[in-house]
Design a protein around this ligand. Structure first.
Ligand code: UTP
Length: 291
């Protein structure tokens, strides 16, 4: 029997340097894709996968994320007085219930591994999900829900992967893949962070969604600084792989890396074109611009 995945960690303490100056005062997770901040898409994906409690690992200048998931009392009172029920309903729909979110500060951006470790007390001794909030996924069911199916079948640790062209593998964390099971998932026997051109063990890159067993925290605690002088999650996962099973699941859907300008713009276009009203308005401009 596998323990249910009830909690998720969303690390949001990064500096977002690729998006400066936009992210000088506004966290990158609060940049909007069409009509909602990036982070809202990821929280919705987690909740749709059955996550009951979300731990945000934040940093300085990130308090607006906390405000976004709280009641905006004055705004909501004003909307109420003015009879703006639709707007009020929207706010309610996207707000997690009181007591289902926690916020802890990373204090210093020492790396993704360190950010996840900061959530150890709030997660406790149970398996949990990690979702990188700048990776926005578009699929039904969501990426984490697809992973939960694999976790329920095989247990252990589960990583979501996607194909990239072989000549792009040097930009990503890439997995070593075992033989595929009947359900399409497969064992992962290794991973390499940004392999040199021509040396990648596969063209399957880790796309920012993980289900991990709590033993990862002890390993993160002992973890030395790795690539870039940061405490890397990949290094701790490689150590955990010596003791526990890891499984890969190929994500069926579209991923937008909203931490990069191109990915962010593509997400906006893709989500806007999916909205009937917006699509009608922007399509002629897109066609004109593309000549
Ligand atoms: P990124 O590598 O995208 O780093 O982190 P970043 O600082 O956010 O952005 P750039 O590269 O400077 O533009 C991947 C995820 O890990 C989180 C980030 O918030 C992001 O969600 N992270 C990274 C932390 O929470 N803490 C860290 O120390 C590093």
């Amino acid at each position: 029997m596998t323990k249910r995945i009830r909690k998720a960690v969303l690390p949001v303490a990064g500096l977002g340097t690729r998006f400066l100056p936009a992210t000088k005062a506004v966290p990158k997770e609060m940049l909007t894709v069409v009509d909602r901040p990036i982070i809202q898409y990821v929280v919705d994906e987690a909740r749709a996968a059955g996550i009951e409690h979300i731990v945000f690992v934040t940093g300085r200048n990130k308090h607006v994320i906390e405000d976004h998931f709280d009641i905006a009392y004055e705004l909501e009172e004003t909307l109420n007085t003015r009879g703006k029920e639709e707007a009020l309903g929207l706010l309610e729909k996207f707000r997690p219930e009181a007591g289902t979110t926690s916020f802890t500060r990373q204090q210093a951006p020492l790396g993704l591994g360190h950010a996840v470790w900061c959530a150890r007390d709030l997660i406790g001794n149970e398996p949990f999900a990690v979702l990188l909030p700048d990776m926005v996924m578009k699929s039904e069911p969501g990426c984490l829900a697809q992973m939960v199916q694999t976790y329920e079948a095989h247990g252990g640790n589960v990583i979501s992967v996607e194909e990239v062209p072989w000549d792009q593998t040097h930009k990503y964390g890439v997995v070593v893949k075992g033989d595929t099971f009947a359900d399409g998932s497969f064992p992962i026997t290794g991973m390499v962070e940004k392999p040199a051109q021509g040396t990648a063990p596969s063209n399957l890159y880790i796309n920012g969604r993980y289900i991990l067993q709590p033993e990862i925290f002890d390993l993160l605690e002992k973890q030395e600084k790795g690539a870039g002088g940061e405490i890397q999650l990949t290094d701790a996962m490689l150590s955990l792989m010596q003791q526990q099973n890891f499984f890969g699941v190929e994500f069926k859907g579209d991923t937008y890396d909203c931490g990069s300008k191109a990915g962010f713009l593509m997400a906006n276009i893709a989500f806007a074109l999916e909205n009937e009203e917006l699509s009608e308005e922007i399509r002629p401009l897109l066609q004109k611009l593309l000549g």
